[in-house]
Design a binder for this molecule. Structure first.
Ligand code: PLP
Length: 440
């Protein structure tokens, strides 16, 4: 184990002190290769030792600007002091008791806080009932697994509509909804039956669903749920056409189908609203979340309108879901999101999109940006105007070598999903690095 001097604050801009990867990173990667599953997708040889805000330091003392937030997770920044304090305080009291079989307050407290914020209809029947019920999980995939079960249980229907390009996770139910890349499915079948995928984000796709599929092979009265990301994440940070999400709501209402919104990537303040679906003023029936909910502690949640959670004791449960330490981190995260970070996401998202628009004007291989808040992407094109995933991959490598951490998504997109604490100077550093790469 390495000893890192944690009382030394990290600089707020990249600082490279070795060639990359450095010798310690190389040694750890060698050990990793020998022992961990080859199914992990590592795009560049970053071996992280510690993080602070938007900066991470590798094991050789190189400091990087992180525009990935550990795949859109560390919403409050790496190791936010308030989150760390909440974790420390909770961990000396109780590490685990299993909310499946016992009670403890942090789980109830976070459930209450999420329930009052869920974009569901406000209850009419007295003061005590809340607009949502909450089931805690350990991940995004597990949240989606539970949502499928809940939708089937409640509706007593089995079919599900999902979208091409969607990513909902890699466990069997979630993988069966995922429509992103064949490598995520190849040789794993048979998958959960009854899932139909249609193209994402367009009215033409919903026309096809209603006019063709519902009339021929997909009886709407047997469809339990339409599962949709409010902004498609892994699929390319795709913002749907105006009215698309509202129309899904209408289709669901017409046929007694549940609208399940996967907020795993877009939720928890990333787009400037707690739940991205709020941008469209649509009230879904079920929301799944994870990633940013606890700033990096493994936690996810299924939120449903209260009347849907009719499943009886024992029908759905999980040993670790709603762990007290993760819930304490979740409560601290919510507080930070609402006391400035969501607003920062909106403001910094505008700065980022303005800067990327300028880059697009200077370098036509970069598309205009798209997204909301700090969920932003650009596509990369070749000379002929075709999407160019090789160029995208090369830019990501070169950015790493200059101290900027980026991730791809979609066919040839670079996504920008930094911690929501990012400031204007750091956004300009990222834009300058990209500009240098394209100028060289
Ligand atoms: C929208 C969405 N849903 C679900 C998942 C799966 O989450 P997890 O990796 O925590 O299982 C992801 C992960 O990227 C996601 O982006």
């Amino acid at each position: 184990m390495l000893s890192i001097p944690i009382n030394r604050p990290l600089p707020s801009e990249p600082r490279l002190v070795t060639s990359l990867p450095g010798s310690r990173a190389k040694a750890i990667i060698e050990r990793d290769r020998a022992v961990t599953s080859p199914s992990y997708t590592r795009d560049y040889p970053l071996v992280v030792a510690r993080g602070e805000g938007c900066m991470v330091e590798d094991v050789d003392g190189n400091v990087f600007l992180d525009m990935t937030a550990g795949i859109a997770v560390t919403a409050t920044g790496h190791a936010h002091p308030q989150v760390v304090r909440a974790i420390q305080e909770q961990s000396v009291l109780l590490l685990h008791m299993s909310g499946t079989d016992f009670y403890y307050e942090p789980m109830v407290e976070l459930a209450e806080q999420l329930a009052v914020r869920a974009p569901f209809p406000k209850p009419q029947n007295g003061k005590t009932s809340l607009p949502a019920k909450v089931f805690f999980t350990n991940s995004g995939a597990e949240s989606n697994e539970g949502a499928i079960k809940l939708a089937r249980y409640y509706t007593k229907r089995s079919l599900i509509v999902a979208f091409l390009g969607a990513f909902h996770g890699r466990t069997y139910g979630a993988m069966s909804l995922t429509g992103s890349k064949t490598v995520q499915r190849a040789h794993f079948g048979p998958l959960v039956p009854g899932v139909t995928h249609i193209p994402y984000g367009t009215h033409a796709s919903l026309d096809h669903l209603e006019q063709q599929l519902f009339a021929t092979i997909l009886p709407p009265q047997e469809v339990a749920a339409i599962v949709v990301e409010p902004i498609q994440g892994e699929g390319g940070y795709i913002v749907p056409e105006d009215g698309f999400l509202q129309r899904i709501r209408e289709i669901c209402d017409r046929h007694g189908i549940l609208m399940v919104v996967d907020e795993v990537q877009a939720g928890m303040g990333r787009t400037g609203r707690l739940f991205a679906i709020e941008h469209w003023h649509v009230m879904p029936d079920i929301i799944t979340t994870a990633k940013g909910i606890a700033s990096g502690m493994p936690l996810g949640a299924i939120l449903s309108r209260p009347q849907l959670m009719t499943w009886p004791p024992g029908s759905h449960a999980t040993t670790f879901g709603g762990n007290p330490v993760a819930c304490a981190a979740g409560i601290a995260t919510l507080q930070l999101l609402e006391s400035g970070l969501m607003a920062n996401s909106t403001q910094m998202g505008e700065v980022l999109q303005a800067g990327l628009t300028q880059l697009h004007e200077r370098f036509p291989k970069i598309s205009p940006p798209r997204g909301k808040g700090l969920m932003v992407a650009v596509d990369l094109y070749d000379e002929e105007g075709n999407l160019d995933h090789k160029l995208r991959d090369r830019i990501i490598q070169e950015a790493f070598l200059r101290g900027l951490l980026l991730l791809g998504c979609g066919k040839a997109a670079i996504r920008f999903c930094p911690p929501l604490v990012i400031n204007q100077d750091q956004i300009h550093i990222a834009l300058n690095i990209l500009s240098d790469i394209f100028s060289s």
